[in-house]
Design a protein around this ligand. Structure first.
Ligand code: SF4
Ligand code: SF4
Length: 95
């Protein structure tokens, strides 16, 4: 059913790049063994090239987050139950 599919997608691990916090170093792209993050020509207001998350495949491992030197530039959403809200641990990784 379509509604079930939407809910399942919402529970998948995913990564969000917060463009305005990004300095374009590319460390997250190198860190992601799954190739989820790719270099792009997208720039933020400071002119930094911001990586883009491509398609599915994020496992929620957090390696991109831990390799990013900029606080707040990456949020990783781990797989979660539909009725639970995002909870950040001390390192800032959402679970
Ligand atoms: S959480 Fe892991 S799999 Fe997902 S984008 Fe980051 S490094 Fe890649
Ligand atoms: S590691 Fe952080 S600062 Fe560097 S490109 Fe990725 S999101 Fe931007």
């Amino acid at each position: 059913m379509k509604g079930d599919d939407t809910a399942a997608v919402a529970r998948r691990p995913r990564v969000v790049i917060h463009a305005e916090q990004c300095k374009g170093c590319g460390r997250c792209v190198v860190a992601c063994a799954n190739g989820v993050l790719i270099l792009s020509n997208d720039t933020n207001s400071q002119g930094h090239l911001v990586p883009r998350a491509s398609g599915n495949g994020c496992r929620g491992c957090g390696l991109c987050f831990y390799n990013c030197p900029e606080p707040g530039a990456i949020t990783v959403y781990k797989r979660k139950a539909a009725d639970k809200e995002k909870v950040r641990d001390a390192a800032g990784v959402a679970r």
